[in-house]
Write a protein that binds this ligand. Structure first.
Ligand code: KMH
Ligand code: ZN
Length: 274
């Protein structure tokens, strides 16, 4: 089986230090978390950034200084900036993370609108998705297609039909926000994408490691990290993103799957480092 790519969603935009004191806000804290995940075996860092007080931001300058600082300690890691940002941000605000230098090789593309808890709605209209896809194609950025339910796979495939996506497509199944996160759900999602695509599973909350184990067995890839889950086991907060990644590495070892380094991950994902 293909080697396993582990992506670490180290920061997110919604979780806070009140949820887990290890959630990073400052440049130093975000770099510390990226390095802990990389040292543990993550080849991809899914990146959100914050102001020092924890407020999520898509500021180009903030992304630039933090990406530069991560490359200093993890020179070959794949950095995947978020273009989702936080609920309520405008499209232009969100796209700033793609304007850094060098242009990112990878970035998220959220493929639909969803309920985000309480009164929060994460808005991605058809035009937003098309515009983001077009711009990423022009800039040579590979999109990771963030799909939170099956309808979003269909939206992504509709956009693909318009010629706005390069192949092979890569999907991230984020399960446990809008859709439940059972093995049955994951099998359904995997069966709903065309042959030849690659995919990652990101289980939210307690589903994180169940879906990780299933993805390891099914030949997919795995995302873990504070953005998705704050606990290493029931009732025990994770001390770092590295600790969450280590647990996936242990699972992969038990299940006989080798871990991809960043060079191997680039090959699997058809990325070209700039
Ligand atoms: N924070 C969410 C509103 C992404 O990174 O592209 C959006 C999100 C998805 O996290
Ligand atoms: Zn994200």
């Amino acid at each position: 089986m293909e080697k396993l790519i582990i992506a670490a969603a180290i920061c997110g935009a919604e979780v806070t230090k009140e949820h887990n004191p290890a959630v990073p806000y400052t440049k130093e804290e975000i770099v510390r978390e990226a390095k802990s995940a990389y040292d543990a075996g993550a080849s991809v860092i899914h990146l959100h950034v914050r102001q020092d007080d924890g407020t999520p931001t898509q500021s180009k300058d903030r992304f630039q200084e933090i990406v530069d600082a991560i490359y200093k300690v993890c020179p070959d890691v794949i950095i995947q900036p978020s273009t989702g940002g936080a609920v309520g941000m405008s499209d232009l605000e969100r796209l700033q993370s793609t304007e850094i230098v060098p242009t990112p090789e990878f970035a998220t593309l959220d493929c639909g609108t969803l309920n985000f808890g309480g009164d929060e709605i994460f808005i991605n209209t058809d035009n937003t998705i098309k515009n983001f896809a077009k711009l990423m194609k022009e800039r040579g950025i590979k999109p990771e297609l963030e799909v939170f339910d099956k309808g979003m796979i269909d939206i992504a495939l509709k956009i693909d039909k318009k010629g706005l996506l390069e192949h092979p497509l890569h999907f991230d199944f984020v399960l446990g926000v809008q859709m439940t996160a059972t093995i049955r759900d994951l099998v359904f999602m995997v069966g709903s994408i065309p042959p030849g695509c690659t995919w990652t599973a990101a289980g939210i909350g307690r589903a994180e490691f169940e879906l990780a184990a299933a993805a390891i067995i099914m030949g997919g890839h795995v995302r873990v990290g504070f953005e998705d889950n704050l606990y290493i086991e029931k009732g025990v907060l994770a001390k770092s993103n590295g600790e969450l990644v280590e647990k996936v590495v242990k699972l992969a070892k038990l299940l006989g799957r080798e871990i991809a380094n960043p060079t191997e991950a680039r090959e699997i994902l058809s990325l070209a480092k700039k």
